[in-house]
Each structure stands twice: as structure tokens, then as C-alpha cells.
Design a protein around this ligand. Structure first.
Ligand code: SF4
Length: 392
């Protein structure tokens, strides 16, 4: 029987989703600035002990609608540890009937046995880090897998009864528009139910960013990157995938329910090294250091600094910023319910981006990015966070 939650409230206070971070990676890809741990496989078992301690101290069990295990490379965990992870989730975060349970997998560490095991311990979806089918692009990204391993990983997942979300990256040095089109067509031909297509970013301090700064790697022009994003927005819908978020496309009914929680600005649990959580209106992030995380979790010490809480207009701005990631945008009924602020008031201060054709009020009253606005989403986000709801 699913236990009752220990507190009640709306979905932005009481989490119905849990994120678990598994930080291990075989090596660090050149563009990656995630919270990861490289070459630390010997600490995987201790990490599971620490996760169990952290989950057990929350006061649960808490029934949820979604599990999301991200990384890092969760599929790098050996089978006995994956089984422990499944047991931990089932014990402390029992999944409601019909729930969505996703684990991120990379092609080089995912095979039929792991796929069957995942299905057996309650997962029903994998998010596979394909990134590209071109060996040249994979090399430029210093991804560890071979180009031909991705199709096999998708087939393995589908054969095990797991829904597949496929991750692609565009804007890779050396990539051209026809190469990007080939990646999109190839991924669609493999039959995933969901595709994420992200533009490559040069995060400060990453090897790729240093190479670009020293002129050893030539980033693509903004125009070419924009053309690649436009191509994805045109071609993926032609191939049966509706765009429902700035970087996400799905077959009808296969949108990510877990990520929808983030974009609605609803509450979620987050456990593990570097994991963020939003519980009871408070945001906090765990330590990003593996040894520190394991030691503190096992000792029962706090894993994060005291949480932060936004109030009033700042909180409404944050919700609007997140809602605008969805193609349907911010909803005039949902928004005041969530924030206590009328959506029409939030339009004040956004004249510049509306006049520039980046943001619009749709006929159904939703405030959303235009197609051009999706291309310049960072610009709009800056205005929303600084000016929305202010003087007209
Ligand atoms: S596999 Fe993913 S998380 Fe790991 S280093 Fe590469 S990009 Fe980062």
C-alpha cells in the first residue's frame, strides 16, 4: 500500500517528483560542466550507502509520480548497484500507478542485461545520450562512444520495453547544416518517443571553452547555429515530434512528465551529490564534491547550505521565466493560481521584447515566446527576470 504523505499542500509545496544524481563518468567530455566524478568507480558502493542515508533521513516514504535518475552516467553503475538504487527509490519514493521512471544511459555503458534489469526494478523510460551519429562530431565533443553504438542502444532499450528519449547536440565545431539534418533524420528513424535537441554551449572553464578561447577550436557562427535550431523546429514536427519546450520534442502524449514539473515551477525532491531540490517553497543544492557528499551523508550532517526562498514579485518572475520554456507558455488560469499574481500584470515591463516580436499574448490568453523568441530565449529570460510585472 502507498503510504500517505506526511504533509499536504499544492504541487509547488509538496513534491510529487524525485531526482537522483549519479555523478560517475568514465571521463569528462570537453564541454561538460556538470557535477560529476571521473575515475571514482571504487566509491560507487559507498555512494549508494550515502544515497540511502540521505533518502532515509527525509522522513518519508513519499509517494511520487516521477523518478528521474540523471548524471553523470547512471548506466555506468554495475547491475547490483542499479538494483540497490531501484530498491531505494521504491522504498522511499514509491511510484504511483502509471508513473514515469527515467534513467539516463550512455551507449557505451548500456546493454540488454541492464535494460532488462531496469525494466524489472520499475523504470519505464531511458534518456540516451546519443548527441550525434557523426564520428567527427562525437570526437569534437570528446564523447566516449562510437557513432554506431547509439542505434544499438536504442534498439536494446525498445526491446526491453523501455520508452526512449534521445539527446542530440547541434552547433558542434565542424558540423554543417546537412550533417545536422542527417542526425535528425537518423534519430527519428530509430523510433524514440522523445527527442531533446540542445545547442552546444561553451561553459566557462571547460576544456572546449579554453580551446575556443585560444583559437584552436572554431565555434560556429550565430547564423549557422540559428539555422540549425530552425531546422530542428521545422523538421522534427514533420517527422512526428511536436515541439513542446525550447529544446524538447515528443510524439503526442510522450512529453517528459518529470521535466514538466520544473517548467511549472512545482516542487521536487533531489538527492545525491550536487542535486538541487525545491521542497516547501525552498530551493537548496547539495555539495558538488563526492568525498564531501559521502562523508556528510553517512555522518548525518547537512548536505547543503540553508535553502533560499523567493517571495512576491521575484517568485512570480521565476515562475514566468520557467513557464516560458514551454511552447504553450504561461497560462492565464494556472499562473495566478500558482503565484497569486495576474498574468496580465506580468506583461508590464515587457514592452521591449513584445514590440521586438519575441514574446506574444496568444489568442487563448497564454503569454509565450514567438518562434523568433525561442531563438533568442536568453534575451527574453533576462528581461522577464529583471522587468516583468514592473512599471508598464
Ligand atoms: S557523459 Fe555526460 S555527464 Fe559525463 S562527462 Fe560527458 S557530458 Fe558530462
Amino acid at each position: 500500500m502507498v503510504p500517505e504523505p506526511i504533509f499536504n499542500g499544492p504541487p509547488w509545496i509538496v513534491p510529487r517528483a524525485v531526482y537522483v544524481h549519479v555523478p560517475f563518468c568514465a571521463h569528462r567530455c570537453g564541454y561538460c560542466d556538470f557535477a560529476i566524478a571521473v575515475d571514482r568507480e571504487s566509491e560507487m558502493a559507498a555512494y549508494l550507502d550515502a544515497l540511502e542515508m540521505e533518502a532515509g533521513r527525509l522522513g518519508g516514504p513519499f509517494p511520487v509520480d516521477t523518478w528521474y535518475v540523471g548524471g553523470g552516467t547512471p548506466s555506468l553503475l554495475p547491475e547490483p548497484l542499479l538494483a540497490r538504487l531501484g530498491g531505494l527509490l521504491a522504498r522511499w519514493f514509491p511510484l504511483a500507478g502509471g508513473g514515469e521512471a527515467t534513467l539516463e544511459a550512455n551507449p557505451e555503458s548500456f546493454g540488454p542485461q541492464k535494460a532488462r534489469l531496469l525494466r524489472g526494478i520499475g523504470f519505464n523510460r531511458v534518456s540516451i545520450g546519443i548527441q550525434s551519429f557523426s564520428q567527427g562530431s562525437l570526437d569534437a565533443l570528446t564523447r566516449p562512444h562510437r557513432a554506431d553504438a547509439s542505434a544499438e542502444a536504442v534498439e536494446v532499450a525498445r526491446n526491453a520495453g523501455l520508452a526512449v528519449s534521445a539527446d542530440l547536440i547541434f552547433g558542434v565545431p565542424g558540423q554543417d547544416l546537412s550533417g545536422w539534418e542527417a542526425d535528425i533524420r537518423r534519430v527519428a528513424s530509430l523510433g524514440p518517443s522523445h527527442v531533446s535537441a540542445y545547442g552546444l554551449t561553451y561553459e566557462k572553464g571547460t576544456p572546449l571553452e579554453r580551446l575556443a578561447r585560444s583559437g584552436k577550436v572554431l565555434p560556429l557562427s550565430d547564423d549557422l547555429e540559428g539555422a540549425m535550431y530552425s531546422l530542428a523546429m521545422d523538421l522534427l514536427p514533420e517527422l512526428g515530434f511536436c515541439q513542446y519546450e525550447i529544446s524538447n520534442y515528443s510524439r503526442p502524449g510522450s512529453e517528459s512528465r518529470h521535466n514538466a514539473v520544473y517548467w511549472a515551477n512545482h516542487a521536487y525532491f533531489g538527492i545525491g551529490m550536487g542535486a538541487a531540490r525545491y521542497v516547501g517553497g525552498e530551493r537548496a543544492t547539495n555539495t558538488r564534491d563526492l568525498s564531501d557528499y559521502i562523508r556528510k551523508a553517512l555522518a548525518g550532517e547537512p548536505l547543503s547550505r540553508p535553502g533560499e526562498r523567493l517571495e512576491g514579485l521575484e517568485a512570480a518572475r521565476e515562475t514566468l521565466y520557467l513557464n516560458l520554456r514551454r511552447t504553450r507558455g504561461a497560462d492565464p488560469l494556472e499562473f495566478p493560481d500558482r503565484t497569486g499574481v495576474d498574468l496580465s500584470r506580468m506583461v508590464n515591463g515587457l514592452g521591449r521584447v513584445i514590440d521586438a516580436g519575441l514574446l506574444e499574448v496568444a489568442p487563448d490568453g497564454c503569454l509565450r515566446l514567438t518562434r523568433r523568441g525561442r531563438l533568442l530565449a536568453d534575451t527574453v529570460a533576462g528581461e522577464v527576470l529583471a522587468r516583468s510585472g514592473g512599471p508598464a
